[in-house]
Design a protein around this ligand. Structure first.
Ligand code: FE
Ligand code: FE
Ligand code: ZN
Length: 296
């Protein structure tokens, strides 16, 4: 089944996000756990969470993705910044226990001159201090564009972090199409090869979510500027192959394109029209034809 949504504002709480998602034809969504620049999170509103969970069940919303503030830097050279990252992630994961079974995405961080190896060591140290076998959220490392001193710009770097995480069943990867493209992986011309490489280096079983974005810049630009679907250098045809690829099509897709709600609604409609029903399902649907259960 096609699971598609976009990044939504969390300002009005969970139920409001669920309603926004449904209003634009989405069946999932992503949100910042707190102000994206960091700072304190609002107190959890348990009535809002309960209303949301009920609403989500009714409307078939699933696999929502929380995004850590992007200022969180677990491999900073500054101990205070690392400590902030650790406390923020710990607190976020505690709060996410209210909506169990989802994922939490974060940017591995910037090593700011300490070197990639030190960055990798600090990030995995942080994860080892936080992750527990009992938690009900999977923490995802996002593939990065390689802007500045970002760690996580190659599959090898992500693999090295994951290799050192002891609670490995609670850690995975979120692939951002704009970031990997900017990082030099040609998903437009050689999607199969890129995914083979991902599988060889990290393992496709570790891939839990996709950020679906076009890119304003050419392959390998290391810029990280998202474009609307079909308006960038990756292009609509390539992104159509991404959502339909056998290794990806069952994963949740989240748009982080420069759009307001109506623009997201248009992109979701466009992509739903381009998501192919698998042949087996088509045959099955035809055999047990019931006009009310046919889905696109
Ligand atoms: Fe991100
Ligand atoms: Fe992203
Ligand atoms: Zn980005």
């Amino acid at each position: 089944m096609f699971t598609i949504g976009c990044h939504l504002s969390s300002a009005k709480g969970y139920l409001s996000m669920g309603q926004s998602a449904v209003s634009i034809g989405a069946n999932t969504f992503q949100f910042f756990t707190r102000n994206p620049r960091g700072g304190n999170a609002k107190a959890m509103d348990s009535a809002d969470v309960a209303a949301y969970l009920e609403y989500a069940k009714e409307h078939g919303i699933r696999q929502i993705l929380a995004h850590a503030p992007y200022t969180l830097n677990g491999c900073s050279a500054d101990e205070k910044v690392r400590d902030f990252a650790r406390r923020t992630m710990t607190d976020d994961l505690k709060r996410l226990e209210a909506t169990p079974g989802n994922c939490y995405n974060f940017h591995p961080g910037c090593h700011v001159g300490q070197g990639t190896e030190t960055g990798i060591a600090l990030i995995s140290e942080m994860l080892n201090a936080i992750l527990t076998p009992a938690q009900n959220t999977t923490v995802l490392l996002e593939t990065m564009a390689g802007k500045g001193s970002e760690v996580g710009k190659t599959f090898e770097e992500l693999r090295e972090i994951l290799d050192r995480v002891s609670c490995s069943e609670k850690a995975g990867v979120c692939l951002d199409t704009c970031h990997v493209w900017d990082g030099g992986y040609d998903i437009a011309g050689h999607l199969d090869e890129v995914l083979d490489e991902f599988d060889r280096v990290i393992g496709l079983a570790r891939l839990k979510a996709v950020h679906l974005n076009d890119s304003m810049n050419p392959l390998g630009a290391h810029k990280d500027r998202h474009a609307r679907i079909g308006e960038g250098k990756i292009g609509l045809e390539a992104l159509t192959r991404v959502i339909n690829h056998p290794a990806l099509r069952e994963l949740p897709f989240y748009l982080e394109t420069p759009n307001e709600l109506d623009g997201y609604a248009r992109e979701i409609r466009l992509l739903r029209g381009r998501y192919k029903a698998p042949h087996s399902v088509t045959a099955e649907t035809a055999a047990t034809a019931s006009p009310r259960t046919i889905s696109t």
